[in-house]
Design a protein around this ligand. Sequence first.
Ligand code: SF4
Ligand code: FES
Length: 567
Amino acid sequence: MSEETKQETVTINVDGVPAEVPAGANLVDAVEGLGKEIPHYCYHPKLSVSGNCRMCLIEMGTPGRDRATGEPLLNEDGSPKIMWVPKPVIGCATTVSEGMHVRTESEIVKSCREGVMEFLLVNHPLDCPICDQAGECRLQEFATDYGRGYSRFIEQKNVKPKRTRLGPRVMLDDERCILCSRCIRFCDEIAEDSVLGFIDRGSYSTLTTFPGKQLENNYSLNTVDICPVGALTSTDFRFKMRVWFLKETPSIDTESSVGCNTVIGSREGTIHRIAPRRNDAVNDTWMPDSGRALYKMVDSEDRLASYAIDGHPATAEEALETAADLLKAGRVALVGSGQLSVEEQYLLQKIRERLGDSLPSYLVARTGEGDGKLLSADRNPNVRGALLCGLIESYPESELTDLRAALEAGEVDTVLAVGEDITEAGIASGLLQGRKLIYLGSHHKNCSQVAAVEIPLLTVFEKTGTFVNQQFRVQKFAQAIPGPADVLHGLSTLTRLLEAVDPEAGIAPSPAAVWKRMEREVPEFAGMTYEAIPATGQRVSDARFAEVAFVEGKGMHFEPKSALAEA
Ligand code: SF4
Ligand code: FES
């Protein structure tokens, strides 16, 4: 399904060059789309326009019309006569219109920017060397690009509160605040938790929380992302790493089926922060705070990083061989996970097919309360992937009741559980007595104690693959850091197990190779290749799953099918 829709355009003239831009676009965005810049602080494409910083001043004119007749006014050469607004106007409050002329580089515009920069820096501390924002600070960048280059200010700078704790995750250095109000508008308009405001006037204006309130909602860290200076910092990331050392890797937030697009900041194999990546169809420029802490799972104490057979250390070869023997012995049940990648789910489904189509396979549902924004009720990132691959046919349950019944009836000898602790999903350890559990997971769980074979898996940060979100949007994530030494990629482990039960399988352990197979076998993936999936994802048809009882309610960019039907 193509998401491309023909967009209407208008022709504007920027610094003497005509250009087509989307009709109705904000001038700042339209000019950015042309590869030019109108510097700005308070404007944010996903917030209302406040127009308070004045950094985006430009000259603007529109084709004139005769007031009496409404006829276009023309120059002697027949070109439209442009009626320039006598004073500079702010670009952020300007919507493009047909024939609009804009000057972004004139002398008057340059002098406006110099003046604004000089005013903004009057009370700004000169603490760039110790400021967390250094390297991604708009004030630093614009001072260099558009500032006067020297200061005429010889008076004492204002002293404002430092290290004010706005909430559990956000710290404020009021001296650095340029009063752009982005953070206030974010809380009012996106988080819908109005807790921030300015007090006092003029030079003494200060950002603060309302009396008795804290900035503690689950979106609070987005204020840190959009603060154009170093006034708001994350208590988790503050002073830990200079941003220019960070390697940035595109990824996906796995805490729910929304699949917020993220960027992982890592250095030398250690993750230091997770921030949102813009995707206007999924999460705009936001993500929940809870998703930013997920990287801590990588080095958690219960991390599984070695292979074991009956609780004794083993090599990867020995563990895989033992697991393969157990699978070949028959009477197997498979438990997959909505947290696995599509590629892993597909390989698991292939193992199931080889062992016998009638082999039962299960998934464990994780549900919570959706917040109507970017945290959905389905707390698995990839239940849709399992449906598409055929690993499951209906929405899973949180308890493995059917598997429990099969175990109680003595119908199963071996359970292959990939990414799930079945003892947390309604299978008592006692039920596994006399049966063999092959557990593949990234962390030690209760079931580790009864597992016949334990095989470590990589976390989402250590591997590459795809998830399918609640919109049936296939989204890629990339490996940000290496996994623990000697731990095989999940695709390698699963292709090895697949080859053990089907020597003819011949699937290479890479997402691209798996996609070549899925493209032929999964109708919704026909014509797709792993490489060609765009950074913002690609939607596939959900028609086959119209009867599936998904649990998500309305979100920022999601309408459940039932709500659409009622509308
Ligand atoms: S703290 Fe940052 S985002 Fe908030 S008003 Fe000040 S400069 Fe703007
Ligand atoms: S960006 Fe236009 S006034 Fe601030």
